[in-house]
Structure formats: structure tokens, C-alpha cells
Design a protein around this ligand. Sequence first.
Ligand code: HEC
Length: 128
Amino acid sequence: MLTTAQGAKVLILLLLAAAAPHKAHAAGDVDKGKDVFATECAECHSVRDGKNKKGPTMFAVLGRKAGAVADATYSDALKASGIVWTADKIDAYVTAPKKLVPGGKMKYDGLASAGERADLLAYLATVK
Ligand code: HEC
């Protein structure tokens, strides 16, 4: 039998193991991410539900299928990509749009700073 102390240790180790995959992303800063969005993305994207600009709304983008916003105009490449917008996919897309979606039409050169991307993703997670 495990003593209570041993049991607690096992539990803590299990919790640490379960939490480990999330460490891959440094926690971003929501307020800074809002600024990054304003400078880098807002020219073409709104965060309002149903409001599309040159690009589709970023409202509730996390977990959404690529090319799924009604009334937004998408490239065939993006619609056929099969992407689901997880944080990892948005990170890769914003780093190099044409690399993740060759033939896509997002005219954005890429955000090189991993820190700014983490902030941006923290902000996007709040827009829902
Ligand atoms: C110059 C305009 C422009 C800028 C700047 C821009 N985008 Fe886009 N974005 C687009 C267009 C246009 C599309 C549609 C691309 C396609 O259909 O291939 C798009 C598509 C997307 C999609 C896919 C959405 C979906 O519904 O499938 C995401 C995610 C995205 N942009 C995020 C961003 C983020 C985050 C930034 C800022 C770092 C950004 N974009 C900057 C124009 C832009």
C-alpha cells in the first residue's frame, strides 16, 4: 500500500506529466497581444463576430476550420487546406503564410518574433 505522502507524490508526478505538453508555448501577454494585433493584423482582420475585411473575422478563430467564415472570400488553396486553426497552426501561418498555405492570398510577410506571436495567440484566445 502507498502511504498518504507517497500517494501525494504520485499524484503530483501525474499532474506534472499531464501539464508538460503545454510548456511548449510560453504564456503570452494578452494586452501586448492586442497591440500586436492592432499593428500587424487589424488592417485586414476584425475581431467582431461576422465582420470581414480583406480577410475573415478573427472572432472565435481558435478551433475553427480554415475557410469556414460565411461571406468571406478565400483562396481555393486555403479552403482545400484541411487546416483546423489550433494555436500551433496559427503560429505557423503567421510566421510564414505562404509556407503553410502555398497559393494562399494572405499578403503578409510574417511575424518573426516568437514572443510577439505568443502574445498575439494569448489575445486571440480571448476573442470569442
Ligand atoms: C494585408 C492583409 C492581411 C494582413 C495584414 C493579415 N491577414 Fe490574415 N488573412 C488575409 C486574407 C486575405 C486571408 C484569406 C487568405 C486565403 O484565403 O488564402 C487571411 C486569412 C487568415 C486566417 C485564416 C482564417 C480562416 O477563416 O481560415 C488567419 C488565421 C489569419 N489570416 C490570421 C492573421 C493574423 C493573426 C494576422 C496578423 C499577424 C494577419 N492574418 C494579417 C489578409 C491579411
